[in-house]
Write a protein that binds this ligand. Structure first.
Ligand code: GTP
Ligand code: MG
Length: 414
């Protein structure tokens, strides 16, 4: 269209950028793009508080930097992020759990794993991940953990020998060497030599003749039997080593579990009482709560008269009473059946409970007590040995299928 410029001449086009015929369209999209950038920046660059106070996103970034998590948390990307959210949101983790659940097109369901310390939550994750081939373990990390388990057992053997009145005078120097050693990345040669000497000494056999079960870290029989292989220079981690190893979970751990076409977010929280205070921050949006019970506690005097008395029951009872789990399905896993079978042979149940008729009866009474406080119609229970559970995947999936099928039927009644 002809256009008259400032000097009065008739020109073909309006002065400015010559964008051709498509200029209008490009300009239109450019302005939409710019608008989108500004909109997204205001959405993610500043939080509500910052927007209200009109602070710039750079001041927000500076604040975020000041809230950096400690180095040990930063090593795990997801944990660092979660840690930051917890701090930012005043310790409420609901945003994090929402983001976990909403990931992958809303298909991911959150499964919360809870239970007392060393009950077997990590073992459950390991088995499920292994059987579903959802991920592979970081072997280097496990080498360190497993060697540390062995080191710990031989350190504690010194006090076990004293307890069992076994003469250890010839090995005092070796016990001192391993007691002083701080295990960082590799075992020192002198430590390998001392542990090897102790494992050949026969001290363990003498102690186990005097007491059928020794006060040593979990699965000590396995580690004692495999000591020489595990401390050797050419040690290669095996799947069984990983399953029996123990390193208390710190913070929290999440894994994505794939079972068939379904995807689940497994979230394990540590069982130590210090961390249990923080459990409730992670309750929201839990579809399934899997509570792991350590059956070997039944063969411990502390279960009847000491610190373990009613502990697991009370924790589970509180969970089932929580308003945040009114729609949550419960899976109760009675774990360490193998250990219960071994320990219960020599354990005098009658001494602690005169009405106990047999070990099986004690076990079933304990199960009934916990099942009785589980919510009706949405609870499932299984007795398992998580370290020897070739069909765990199927058992677990069975319960999950029932839970999700029921949920579907409730949402879409036919
Ligand atoms: N014998 C036996 N040991 C088991 C079984 N399940 C777990 N364990 C062992 O018990 C120890 C503790 O298991 P974890 O799974 O790490 O315990 P956790 O509940 O995650 O403990 P925290 O992270 O401290 O809360 C490990 O050495 C496991 O190998 C089982 O069925 N039988
Ligand atoms: Mg754990």
């Amino acid at each position: 269209m002809p256009y008259i410029d400032k000097s009065g001449n008739v020109v073909d086009k309006k002065p400015g950028w010559n964008l051709g015929n498509g200029g209008g369209i490009v300009g239109f999209f450019a302005s939409i793009f710019a608008f989108l950038i500004i909109f997204l920046k205001s959405l993610f660059g500043m939080d509500t508080e910052d927007r209200n106070e009109g602070r710039s996103s750079s001041s927000f970034r500076r604040r975020k930097k000041a809230l950096r998590p400690p180095a040990e948390i930063e090593r795990y990307e997801l944990r660092a992020d979660a840690w930051w959210w917890m701090r930012k949101m005043g310790s409420s983790a609901s945003a994090l759990t929402r983001s976990l659940i909403n990931s992958s097109n809303g298909e991911t369901q959150k499964i919360l794993l809870l239970g007392c310390m060393a009950s077997g939550k990590t073992a459950l994750c390991r088995q499920l991940m292994r059987q579903s081939k959802s991920g592979s373990p970081v072997l280097e990390y496990y080498t360190h953990t497993i060697q540390n388990n062995v080191l710990q057992i031989w350190r504690e053997m010194e006090s076990v020998c004293a307890l069992c009145h076994v003469d250890l005078r010839n090995y005092k120097e070796d016990f001192d060497i391993i007691a002083e050693f701080r295990h960082r990345e590799h075992l020192a040669d002198r430590v390998r030599t001392s542990i090897r000497k102790l494992s050949k000494s026969g001290l363990y056999d003498e102690c186990s003749k005097k007491r059928s079960f020794l006060p040593l870290p979990p699965n000590y029989q396995y580690f004692i039997q495999h000591t020489r292989r595990i401390i050797s220079r050419s040690y290669a981690v095996t799947e069984q080593d990983i399953l029996v190893s123990y390193a208390p979970t710190i913070g929290f751990d999440t894994q994505t579990l794939r079972l068939g076409y379904a995807k689940y977010q497994l979230m394990e929280l540590p069982g130590h009482h210090i961390f249990r205070r923080k459990w409730s921050d992670f309750y929201s949006n839990t579809r399934v709560l899997c509570f792991v019970v350590d059956l070997s506690e039944l063969c411990d005097e502390a279960f009847y008269t000491g610190h373990l008395k009613n502990k697991t029951y009370q924790i589970y009872n509180q969970l089932t009473d929580s308003w945040q789990f009114t729609e949550t399905a419960f899976i109760l896993l009675f774990n360490k059946r193998d250990l219960f079978d071994t320990l219960s042979v020599d354990f005098d149940f009658k001494q602690h409970n005169p009405s106990a008729t047999s070990r099986e009866e004690t076990l079933s009474r304990y199960k009934s007590k916990l099942i009785a406080c589980s919510p009706v119609g949405r609870s499932y229970s299984h007795v398992v040995s998580l370290i020897k559970a070739p069909n765990l995947g199927n058992t677990f999936v069975d319960s999950l299928n029932k839970i999700f099928k029921q949920n579907k039927e409730n949402i879409h009644p036919e």
